[in-house]
Design a protein around this ligand. Structure first.
Ligand code: ADP
Ligand code: MG
Length: 393
């Protein structure tokens, strides 16, 4: 796998339009005919048009659009694949999905019974590369974590204990360390050997997510799910890499290094199924106190995420070498933040738990791709519009 366009972009925003689903007929109030549509994708592959009526038409430009017929593989090839390849070549990478509930986020990122998700396709590419490295007698270790953030609290999804998803299954503390940045304390990290073991771990997490949502009486769309693959790859020291040097957050201190000429470097692939983008329920609209709290937490974290991405994008518009240093020479996010602060460039990672935890995957030495999912129908017009506004930002 060769490195494609690794320096051309740092952040990519795509829009994926999902096909009509049976739900659309119900909610669009039609039985036989198709529900009325409000979304059109232009042939240039970069423009989304939404129209309320003939006089109210809005255009949004993004890096890439995928229409209803796009397969998972087609979407993957033009979105996350680039960040996976860059991760194999030494960069951190983050793939996210955003959109209102029912717009196809989970289908896109984690797949369904019939189709693999983008994460599964990424896993295949990672292990193709791992096997090549092992054949060259190089260390290539992969381990995973999978957790969700709900009401600003972290819950491990890889626990096999019987009380997972029950109220007594504790929320984990989020702590801060000057070298590691923010991390979830006592989170489980699971080593995996190949595609199958990785998929088994992923499926366990997705099952736990379901159990969790029923027990807490929340729909899974009220939480952010964060799946991370840590790739510890041995490389020749003269390889031109800007990746993080190995950090010993877990049980990894004893990875053998064959000689001074080689060292093991870690890069992290992060995949985030963000909470649904439907607008905040006000005190009056919310059916319960919890629902209101959920809305507030989601709104806060999504807007903090937008602020951070915007600040990072503004930074990269500057062309000074100083600012390039932030992206190319950082060994940890805290360095990135410190460097930015020294130069009076502020990225508000600290504004919420989500951005604190994603500071390293988003900032520093990393590539990010957000897929914004939308439905085609008129009854979703307002939600689609606000989702696209976020994408444009
Ligand atoms: P979300 O996670 O955003 O709430 P889901 O991924 O659960 O949405 O999708 C809602 C429904 O739409 C599911 O039944 C899913 O299978 C279907 N769906 C979404 N995107 C597609 C697609 N591209 N092709 C076929 N079905 C899709
Ligand atoms: Mg979902």
């Amino acid at each position: 796998i060769s490195s494609a366009a690794s320096d051309v972009y740092k952040r990519q925003v795509c829009v994926r339009l999902r096909p009509l689903i049976p739900e659309d007929y119900k909610l669009g109030n039609v039985v036989r005919s198709s529900p009325e549509r409000c979304v059109h994708l232009s042939l240039d592959g970069q423009t989304v048009k939404i129209s309320k009526d003939a006089y109210d038409v809005k255009l949004y430009r993004v890096d890439n659009t995928f229409d209803e017929a796009a397969s998972q593989t087609e979407v993957y090839e033009s979105s996350y694949k680039k960040i996976v390849i860059d991760a194999l070549n030494g960069f951190n990478g983050t793939g996210m999905v955003y959109g209102q509930t029912g717009s196809g986020k989970s289908h896109t990122i984690f797949g369904s019974h019939s189709e693999p998700g983008l994460v599964q396709l990424a896993i295949n590419d990672v292990f193709k590369d791992v096997r090549l490295r092992i054949a060259k007698d190089l260390v290539a270790n992969v381990f995973l974590s999978f957790y969700q953030l709900y009401l600003e609290q972290a819950y491990d999804l890889l626990t096999t204990t019987t009380n997972c998803g029950k109220p007594e299954c504790p929320a984990l503390s989020i702590r801060e360390d000057s070298t590691k940045g923010a991390f979830v304390e006592n989170l489980q990290y699971v080593y995996v050997d190949d595609e199958k073991t990785t998929m088994d771990v992923l499926k366990l997490g997705l099952r736990n997510r379901k159990v969790h949502s029923t027990t807490y009486n929340m729909s899974s769309s009220r939480s952010h799910a964060i799946f991370q693959m840590y790739l510890d790859f041995e490389e020749k020291d003269d390889t031109e890499l800007t990746s993080n040097l190995i950090i010993s957050r877990q049980q990894n201190e004893n990875i053998p290094s064959r000689s001074k000429k080689y060292s093991v470097r870690r890069r992290v692939l992060t995949f985030v199924d963000l909470a649904g983008s439907e607008r905040v329920q006000t005190h009056h609209q919310a059916k319960s106190k919890t629902q209101f709290k959920e809305s507030v937490a989601i709104n806060k974290s999504i807007s903090a995420l937008g602020n951070c991405v915007q600040a990072l994008a503004n930074m990269s518009l500057h062309s000074s070498d100083d600012i390039n240093d932030i992206f190319t020479n950082t060994n940890s996010n805290s360095n990135a933040v410190a460097a930015a602060q020294k130069r009076n460039l502020h990225v508000p990672f600290r504004d919420c738990k989500l951005t604190r935890l994603l500071a390293e995957p988003l900032g520093g030495n990393s590539k990010t791709c957000i897929i914004v999912n939308i439905g085609p129908c008129y009854y979703n017009y307002e939600e689609t519009k606000s989702t696209l506004k976020f994408a444009r930002r």
